[in-house]
Write a protein that binds this ligand. Sequence first.
Ligand code: 3HC
Ligand code: NAI
Length: 681
Amino acid sequence: MTASGPIRTETHDNVLVIISDNPPVNALGQAVRQGLADGIAAALADDVIEAVVIRCDGRTFFAGADITEFGKAPVGPNLPEVCDAIEASDKPVVAAIHGTALGGGCEVALACHYRIAVPSAKLGLPEVKLGLIPGAAGTQRLPRLVGAEAALPLVVGGNPVSANKAESIGLLDAVVTEGNLEQDAIAFARSKIGKPVPRTSEQDANRDGVANPAIFDDFRQQNGRKLKGFDAPEAAIAAVKAAGELPYAEGVAKERELFGKLMAGTQSAAMRHYFFAERAANKIDDIPADTPLIDIARVGIIGAGTMGGGIAMNFLSAGMPVTMLEMKQDALDRGTGVMRKNYENAARRGRMKPEQVDAAMGLLSTTLDYADLADCDLVIEAVFENMDVKKDVFGKLDAHVKQGAILASNTSYLNVDEIAQATSRPGYVLGLHFFSPANIMKLLEIVRGAKTRDDVLATAMKLAKKIGKIAVVSGVCDGFIGNRMLSPRQKQANELVMEGANYWEVDEVLVDFGFPMGPFQMGDLAGLDIGWHRDPSKVTNVREALCAAGRFGQKTGKGFYDYDGSRNRTPSDETKAIIADFAAKAGREQRDIGADEILERLLYPMVNEGAKILDEGMAQRASDIDVVWINGYGWPVFTGGPMFWADTIGLGKVVAGLDKYGLEVSDYLRGKAERGERLTA
Ligand code: 3HC
Ligand code: NAI
């Protein structure tokens, strides 16, 4: 055995095995690249060696370029050079893949002459998720190996494929049994000795894109909505197209040019910020990583309404038994009926198997009796948003649920510390704020009360991962991180329409910015009657007037907008008249308001609120706020989230804008702007 840095080599008679050990994910940093290049050179220089295997120790094959090196001065050898050296070898080189061969890792595999993997392995080119395209000839080698049509979803969509799928499209030569990868790879390599080495850059499967150029437009059409606003996917399509149109070397040059432009742009910087933000959000600064966790085997849910049902589905889908409690049997029947229907819809769309629907629902039991929750390790309350009701529920939980269990509230705004006081064990109480629809939305705000114990918080973080959520810790404040920042945006949206902006223009400005919808479309979708007092004679604002007119939103075919029986909307004359009437009664002068003012007045106050949240310590770090808004409210990830976006345009500009409109500027934000500092690291 010889070793240099994270790479070592082992000789097995006539086969040299090059092994990377660079935890946690074998990222292709400089030392790894150098070691690979040295390993190949050693194999070529040694007459005894007739074939080479490249594999990784630890949990995965190379998961990509080392993202922490991006933006720093490059130190050679670069990855394209290493890949070229591998491919140029006249001794067969086999990639032996386990875990995830992603990005540059997949490109290394493509440069090898053969690729084999265990069944659990995944292969992919996720660079678009970092606002990039593959930069080590992945866009040129992959289409040559599997064809442009099969390459497009991998390169442009960025989602990895399973080993079986990879084999079926020709990306893998073989799928071997789990647990014996190295021996299988050595045997495979030996079987190729003496045969001409197949070089990926010389294959011609990419001719399909030339014979049928419509595949590129078809792909755009099928994926248009997902790709809207992002720069990288269009560059990825151009690169794959170039693979068919240009000789290999020119295609590689084209890829480099596109890659370089994206790397220098703000979208990739924003998306790389997000990559690390999501991972940082997982860490609680003042709690040791080895804090012992509480075992969570059985979950109780109080309330089988919109949220209770969706929350329950998360645990059932993860194979955990759930007991749901309601006040009345018919509420339980209704709630569980909706859950089954949601599961069946998922099965109809092919997202789960019919037997999985039964398995999930089979883990659900229902009750009207708190005694049945005694054995739960975690109970989540999702009853009406009313402090007295919540306190009553938590008092009962305290009386019935075993000691040591975690008691959580899904409240949207209420004070979790006050709720905790209704129990004799506030250390075990915290907020678990899911977003609607709770079985779909990725975000989970974990609300840390003044007395919440470390092990309770750490357990909640771990559990979030188990049920597939992206968790962010928030302190106790009105609306926590997300809804607290939504409030000033909604306030400005309402003000703008009272001053003469059309409400659909307000929505359009946010959609153009990259949100899936604007505030008035969101209101129509959620239902304008949420929280309405249900007295049509009592009308004090636009929303109440719309409800009084039966305009509850999409569900009644009319809200702010008119709907055509499905989701297609048109601005409504009736709504316009209602708004004009309110503006006139309030004596509000009407004027034309441009898109810039609308955007600035909607988003700058959010930045200010975010700054206050940071200043008060309600969020651990600015990037946590970005994670909340990207995953909970559809803030476009290609801007990096509200805090990173503010840093990108400059805090001075944000403060000047707020001053111009006479809006609040916190001392914290003004100070940062004056000192030329950023909100994010
Ligand atoms: N570079 C540097 N660090 C990386 C990394 C990478 N490519 N991938 C992961 N890490 C780090 C994470 O930041 C994290 O660090 P932390 O523990 O300090 O927070 C640690 O590795 C573990 O990562 P995860 O928490 O994400 O671990 P999981 O097991 O949940 O996921 C994974 C593993 C699927 C490999 C996931 O980390 C991942 O998707 N990584 C990114 C893959 C990627 O985007 N590759 C393409 C890179 S761009 C490229 O290759 C350009 C080339 O074309 C030139
Ligand atoms: P909902 O009205 O759909 O459901 C509430 C359910 O709780 C009803 O089925 C009701 O019968 C039951 N319930 C009321 N009091 C009860 C009690 N004392 N004991 C047992 N069951 C009781 O309400 P929704 O939308 O599910 O909201 C629940 C909670 O989740 C609220 O605190 C809300 O603020 C919060 N929330 C709501 C979101 C949403 O978008 N709907 C998003 C995030 C949080």
